[in-house]
Each structure stands twice: as structure tokens, then as C-alpha cells.
Design a protein around this ligand. Structure first.
Ligand code: XMP
Length: 517
């Protein structure tokens, strides 16, 4: 276990991911956790993240210097680097010169940390203060135009730090530097693999659910619920029932992928509710985005609960007091809601018709410690179909929020075809893993004039919204190759009669969101 101490910047999650990419398990702790508590978890190393503050600022987050003398290897990045320098008797000064963005560093001594990185390379910086003198016993490894001490190490005490952000993509050799610290300075063994995760989780699920417990899992068609369900299936077999509510707002082929391919790959027992008509009726006349979301959410809960009551009816009659509800909660959700790893909240369920009042639901969340990319690897390990494992994020309200205007069966059919073509071409161009997601949006209330053959058309536009992103919090519009856009445009306007115009959204997030509603 490596602990990443979060000083309040947005980088801690990224650092934790990079540590795991180096095959070492990591978790994030807020800097407010006392150092003794951190040490009590017997971490193999501690990483101090960057932060928004100056170490001099009033109320700047600090850390008990005991963290540096406990014999546990420590790596400081940016703010964490300055804390280490200050805490061990070095000097940090506001030099007045700031460095933001790509910056050149010069390596004067490679040491262990910077071994085999080029003497000059470019890194990502974001700081005002600088370390002007390293603490005693440390070797200075690198500098920049404005920062005399940009990296240092004391291999005998297993302490090291860099002024830059090795975790961000724009830093050259960042992963290499992190791995030198983890593997060589801290001596962490690279043993965190997906095979181990599957085995550990299967054990943990068996322990939680017990010999007779029953579990229920809602499948959305997305990767998280599919992987969570597959893990639970492997642990408890037929005592898991998956419920799939087909609300008719999925993309072309997705319901079939769940009902046929997922079942074939996992052998899971599936309870399908065809609720397409019900959702369409509920959505009739609704065009306000919030109203749509509320309607879809409300109907979904009702339908799911009814299915739940049916599935769990027998168990309840047999006098079982607890049922298990499987959810695909991921580690970023856990970190953001401030919860620690491994805490399962037990919630008393709202009244579901048909179930006894005192039936309690306990959550099973086998993905609570995992990042999205790890979930995909676990899915591959479990033999799930690639179309599910590598699926782009898709919103719960589905195509309902990609039709601007009222949602009707006809409009859904149009959008489903246009979207299928766009996805097919993106896949054919080999771009699925470069593009975060590409919503196709139907402007159902807009019409424009076109010409096709001899005839004038009066059809609808669709918008392609290809974006790149790391976490959907921010996004950039993706520069799709012209040839790919051309193929998508030609095919959609030829094959989907109601669409006579294809446009591309070139807005980043912010100010735009990824979805249009
Ligand atoms: P926005 O549009 O806010 O979307 O930039 C950010 C990410 O969240 C997805 N999204 C949703 N996912 N339920 C979901 O499960 C929703 O209601 C929802 N709305 C947006 C969106 O696809 C993108 O990945």
C-alpha cells in the first residue's frame, strides 16, 4: 500500500492512478488525517501531492514532520516537495518568478530518481515559491531557470522529491521518475495485477454475502454495472439475479448486448423488464431537460423496485432479512464523497410494494477501490465482450437527453440510426480509445432545407460531439480527422432519410458541457 496524501489540488487521484500503473496499490488520504494514523496502516511509501497553497500562507495545509523520520519512504511532488524541503531544514522562498505549464529542467546529477532520463527535458510546473536550498544530506538533482532546486533525493533515508508534476501527461518521463522512486528507492514490488484483484474481490464478496444470501444487481448496459455483476456472479453464482430495465433509450444493439452477449459470457441469471412503452408514455409532451431527467429517473426507480420485489419475493417469504444490492461504485466516487475504502453503508430500503417492511438492503460494491481503467481490465480478465468493456460513458437517461425537444419513438429511431453510423465509423478508424465519448445529438425541433437528388428536403440536423477527456470534469473537443467526419456525414445523410445536415460541436468544457441537456 502506498498512501497519496491529498493537499487539496486536483492531482491526487491522478497520482494514485499512476502509482497503480506502476503495479503498486495506492489509496488517497486527506492531509488532515494524523500522521500516526497513516503510519498505522503500514504503508510501503507515502507520496505528498501538490496543492493550491504557498507553504507560507496563513492556514496553509501542513504535515507533521514525523512523516519524514518514521523510516517510511516519502516522495514529495510540487507543494509536497516544498513541504519536505521546509520540514527537514531546507529553504523555501518566494523568488517572485512563477513557473506555469511546460518548463525545461536541467539534470545536474541523475542519482537514482532521475537515472536514465535525459539531461534536459520538459515537465509540467505550477508553482510560485521555490526551494532555494535542499536540506542537509540531500543531493540536488535538477534545476530550472528560476528554480535552483527542482529535484532532490536522499537515498539512504529513502526520501525524494520533484518540483514538477510527474503524474501529468505533459511531463516527459514522469512515469519513469515515479517508478524509480517506487521500485528502486522505496523498494515496492510491482504485484498489483488484475488477476489478484479478481481473486481478492471474489473472496471478499463471498465473505460479505455469506453462504445463503441473495443479491440483486441493476444492469445499465455500461461497463461498471456489468463488471460488478460479473464479479458477484463469479463469487455467488445463481444467488445473484441481474435486473435489466429496457427503457427504450439505449443505443442500437445495446439491449441485445446485455441480454445475449453478457449472459453468454457470464452465465448470469437475468430478469428483463421491457418498459419501453411506459417510458415513452411518461415522456410524452416533456421537452425541458430537467423535467426529462426527473421523469426518467422516477420511472426507473419505480420499475426497478417492482422487479426487485418480484425477484426477492421468494427470499423474503423464506424469512430472509437482508438482501444485497450490487452497485458499480468506483474509487473516484468514494474519494469525492469523502468515504474511506471498505466502508459499506447499510441503508434501510424505502418501502417497496411486495417486500416486508423490515427487509434491509446491504450494498455490495466490488469496484470501490478501482479506477475506471482498472475496471475495464478486470472486465477483460472476466472475459466480458469487448463492446461492453470498452464502451464509452453513456448517461443514465440515455438518448432521452440527446434528443433536443420531445422524445418520441420516431425520433429515437432516427437518432439510434445516426448514432450507430457514427460509432461504427469511429471504431473503423481505430479512434475509440483516443476519443472519450462522442454523443450524437438530434435537434428534433429544428429543420433546415436541403437538396437530395431532384428533390428539396426539409430535415433535421444532428450534431457530433466528439471530446477528449481524462475524467469528464473538463473536456476538449476532439480534432477528428476530416476523412472520418466526411464518412460519417455522407453515410448519415444517405442512410437516415430524416437527417439532411451533420454538424460538429467545437466547444470545450467549460464553457460547454459534454451532453447537450
Ligand atoms: P456533462 O454533460 O455534464 O457530462 O459534461 C459529464 C459526463 O457525465 C455523463 N452524464 C451522465 N451520466 N447520468 C449519468 O449516468 C446522467 O444523468 C448524466 N448526464 C451526463 C456524460 O455522458 C459525460 O460522460
Amino acid at each position: 500500500l502506498v498512501l497519496v496524501v491529498d493537499f487539496g489540488a486536483q492531482y491526487a487521484q491522478l497520482i494514485a492512478r499512476r502509482v497503480r500503473e506502476a503495479r503498486v496499490y495506492s489509496e488517497i488520504v486527506p492531509h488532515t488525517v494524523p500522521v500516526e494514523e497513516m503510519l498505522a496502516r503500514r504503508p510501503k511509501a507515502i507520496i505528498l501531492s501538490g496543492g493550491p497553497s504557498s507553504v507560507y500562507a496563513d492556514g496553509a495545509p501542513g504535515i507533521d514532520t514525523g512523516v519524514f523520520t518514521a523510516g517510511v519512504p516519502v516522495f514529495g511532488m510540487c507543494y509536497g516537495f516544498q513541504l519536505m524541503a521546509q520540514g527537514l531544514g531546507g529553504e523555501v522562498s518566494p523568488t517572485g518568478a512563477r513557473e506555469y505549464g511546460r518548463t525545461g529542467v536541467r539534470v545536474s546529477e541523475h542519482g537514482t530518481l532521475l537515472s536514465d532520463v535525459p539531461a534536459e527535458h520538459r515537465v509540467w510546473m505550477s508553482h510560485g515559491d521555490s526551494v532555494t536550498a535542499a536540506p542537509e544530506g540531500f543531493t540536488v538533482l535538477a534545476s530550472t531557470d528560476v528554480t535552483p532546486v527542482a529535484a532532490f533525493e536522499d537515498v539512504s533515508r529513502r526520501l525524494a522529491g520533484v518540483q514538477w508534476h510527474p503524474e501529468v501527461l505533459h511531463t516527459e518521463h514522469g512515469q519513469g521518475v515515479l517508478e524509480h522512486f517506487l521500485h528502486e528507492i522505496a523498494g515496492c514490488r510491482p504485484t498489483w495485477t488484475m488477476v489478484n484483484i479478481v481473486e481478492e474481490q471474489v473472496e471478499a464478496i463471498r465473505a460479505q454475502v455469506g453462504e445463503t444470501g441473495r443479491a440483486i444487481c441493476g444492469l445499465s448496459g455500461g461497463v461498471d454495472s456489468a463488471v460488478a455483476a460479473a464479479l458477484v456472479q463469479r463469487a455467488i453464482g445463481d444467488r445473484l439475479t441481474c435486473v435489466f430495465v429496457d427503457h427504450g433509450l439505449l443505443r442500437k444493439g445495446e439491449a441485445e448486448q446485455v441480454e445475449r452477449d453478457f449472459v453468454a459470457a457470464t452465465g448470469v441469471s437475468l430478469h428483463v423488464v421491457d418498459a419501453q412503452r411506459r417510458f415513452l408514455d411518461a415522456l410524452a409532451g416533456v421537452s425541458d431537460p430537467e423535467e426529462k431527467r426527473k421523469t426518467i429517473g422516477r420511472e426507473f426507480i419505480r420499475v426497478f423496485e417492482a422487479a426487485e420485489a418480484e425477484v426477492l419475493g421468494d427470499a423474503a417469504e423464506a424469512g430472509e432479512k437482508v438482501a444485497f444490492l450490487v452497485q458499480g461504485t468506483l474509487y473516484p466516487d468514494v474519494v469525492e464523497s469523502g468515504g474511506g475504502a471498505g466502508t459499506h453503508n447499510i441503508k434501510s430500503h424505502h418501502n417497496v410494494g411486495g417486500l416486508p417492511d423490515d427487509l434491509e438492503f446491504e450494498l455490495v460494491e466490488p469496484l470501490r477501490t478501482l479506477f475506471k481503467d482498472e475496471v475495464r481490465l478486470v472486465g477483460e480478465q472476466l472475459g466480458l465482450p469487448a463492446e461492453i468493456v470498452w464502451r464509452h460513458p453513456f448517461p443514465g437517461p440515455g438518448l432521452g437527453i440527446r434528443i433536443i425537444g420531445e422524445v418520441t419513438a420516431d425520433r429515437l429511431a432516427i437518432l439510434r440510426e445516426a448514432d450507430a453510423i457514427a460509432r461504427e465509423e469511429l471504431t473503423a478508424a481505430g479512434l475509440d480509445r483516443d476519443i472519450w465519448q462522442m454523443p450524437v445529438v438530434l435537434l428534433a425541433d429544428v429543420r433546415s432545407v436541403g437538396v437530395q437528388g431532384d428533390g428539396r428536403t426539409y430535415g433535421h440536423p444532428v450534431v457530433l460531439r466528439p471530446v477528449t477527456s481524462e475524467d469528464a470534469m473538463t473536456a476538449d473537443w476532439a480534432r477528428l480527422p476530416y476523412e472520418v467526419m466526411e464518412r460519417i456525414s455522407t453515410r448519415i445523410t444517405n442512410e437516415v432519410a430524416e437527417v439532411n445536415r451533420v454538424t460538429v460541436d467545437i466547444t470545450s468544457k467549460p464553457p460547454g458541457t459534454i451532453e447537450w441537456e
